[in-house]
Design a protein around this ligand. Structure first.
Ligand code: GLN
Length: 494
């Protein structure tokens, strides 16, 4: 084997921090990284289907520019590092489908703020990843472009809705990817694929150019293989954006600078309700081991109560569809997206464009959402859900008066088979029982790998008070120093 092939056999195993270091030291070029990963992406597509679009030519051209900048010593923080974007983010001149037939041919005329900021930081977009249609789902099976496979076992789902992004990161096709999380779509799939998923505080990252599902819950975040890489990516994405009215004008701390803090004295909340029936026993055991490890580093474990936790799934499945039904109304076959052939009149155009353009899950949500918002039912459902949402937020606030972070399981079980839950939406919805609360309350939360059950990854979820991303990242990083779960890779993609 030549020195060159030695090197290229390792590039895919490196994370953002390591690749950035190697690029600066001249150990390899951005073109070498991008070429290596493009080869892996193409080879993996038949089994994983993690990408909807691969922007190979653009990525190689950007790599050459990055190599030139690095050679002159002036590349920005993520210069030359390839990443993938969930196909929910608008990318100028590049197909942006949101996993839907409705947008099968939609080429965005502008970049989402997230895409623009990452590009300004030097990151290279290598492609757009598969996802549940309009991010509605927990398994990536509602995608118009077919399901994504879990790299740990391709018969299993990687979770969703950011399934393509997590599969790509877990299979070492990219060091990092973006995702979005409305009810768990970053954390749940991260847990099921052994990756690190971070959903920031609502308002921390701009939603401009991110196709809306449920606007009061949607938040963009990161999928990586380490907390340090998550810190690097979030650094570039976070911050005020006047184009998003819910973007918060708070300074962005240096997330990487605070990764070295000891856990001594950290108060970790353990939620009694998390370990009730419903949680797989072996998953519970892995999570408890992780909690003991945090304790061994000086953290204290304190029991907290989230008495309205059981309301979070029903509350979410009123609020999210209500907002979805409003957001989806823009897809009318007139302005952009799919248009039915030969309509006889305007109503026929609307009805058939939406009937043919949307898949079953999106239609189910539009119908539920329209129902809960309709006069006569509004008070009984939507208003009730808003009240329950407030109670859930209050529970978290009371808990964070006592503890610094809350730790527990991300999902009730490890990865499930493709097809296993598609006929039973309620069982599918219950996958997000532990993740939805953070969205309803707008809190930052992340999932990190904490072990395996039957060779399948298990995730530990950390939730913090508003804007405590740095605390979560440090906690995750300290845990990663003690364990190597995050370094494990699926055998077929090592
Ligand atoms: N699984 C949840 C849903 O189907 C959450 C999706 C998401 O976070 N985008 O709505």
């Amino acid at each position: 084997m030549t020195a060159m092939s030695d090197k290229s056999t390792q590039l895919h195993t490196m994370g953002l921090a390591e690749l950035a270091q190697g690029l600066r030291n001249g150990e390899f070029s951005s073109r070498e990284i991008v070429s290596d990963l493009l080869g892996r992406i193409v080879a993996s597509q038949p089994d994983l289907n993690s990408f909807i679009t691969v922007t190979a030519d653009e990525a190689l051209a950007a790599a050459d520019l990055a190599d030139a900048a690095i050679a002159q010593g002036n590349g920005p923080a993520l210069c030359g590092l390839p990443i993938a974007h969930k196909d929910i983010f608008c990318t100028r001149d590049v197909l942006t489908t949101c996993g839907s037939r409705m947008l099968e041919n939609f080429v965005a005329p502008y970049d989402a703020t997230v895409v623009e900021r990452l590009a300004n930081a030097g990151a290279i977009t290598i492609g757009k990843t598969n996802m549940d249609e309009f991010a509605m789902g927990s398994s990536t099976e509602t995608s118009y472009f077919g399901p994504t496979g879990n790299p740990w076992n391709t018969k299993l789902s990687p979770g969703g809705s950011s399934g393509g992004s997590v599969a790509a990161v877990a299979a070492r096709l990219v060091p990092a990817a973006t995702g979005t999380d409305t009810g768990g779509s970053i954390r749940q799939p991260a847990a099921l694929t052994g990756t690190v998923g971070l959903k920031p505080t609502y308002g921390r990252v701009s939603r401009y150019g991110m196709i809306a599902f449920a606007s009061s819950l949607d938040q963009a975040g990161t999928i990586t293989r380490s907390a340090e890489d998550a810190a690097m990516l979030l650094q570039a994405m976070a911050g005020f954006d006047e184009r998003d009215s819910t973007s918060v004008n708070e300074p962005v701390p240096d997330y990487r600078a605070t990764l070295g803090q000891s856990l001594q004295g950290l108060k970790v909340g353990i939620v009694r309700q998390h370990f009730d029936a419903g949680l797989d026993e072996q998953c519970a055991a892995r999570v408890k081991e992780a909690l003991r490890q945090l304790e061994s580093q000086g953290a204290s474990l304190i029991e907290v109560d989230l008495p309205h936790l059981d309301l979070s799934v029903p509350t979410y499945y009123v609020v999210a569809p209500a907002e979805c039904s409003s957001n989806m109304s823009r897809f009318d076959g007139v302005r952009f997206g799919y248009r039915a052939k030969n309509p006889v009149d305007l109503m026929d155009l609307y009805c058939r464009s939406r009937g043919e353009g949307f898949g079953a899950e999106v239609k189910r949500r539009i119908m539920t959402g329209t129902y809960v918002l309709s006069a006569g039912y509004y008070d009984a459902y939507y208003l009730q859900a808003q009240k329950a949402r407030q109670l859930i937020s209050n529970d978290f606030e009371a808990a964070f008066a006592k503890v610094d972070v809350i730790a527990g399981p991300t999902t009730p079980t490890p990865a499930f088979a493709i097809g296993a839950k598609m006929d039973d939406p309620i069982t599918m919805y219950l996958n997000d029982i532990y993740t939805i609360g953070a969205n309803l309350a707008g809190l930052p939360a992340m999932s990190i790998p904490c072990g395996f059950v039957d060779k399948l990854p298990v995730g530990l979820q950390l939730v913090g008070p508003h804007f405590a991303e740095a605390r979560l990242l440090n906690c995750a990083h300290q845990y990663e120093l003690l364990t190597d779960w995050h370094r494990q890779s699926p055998e077929a993609y090592s």
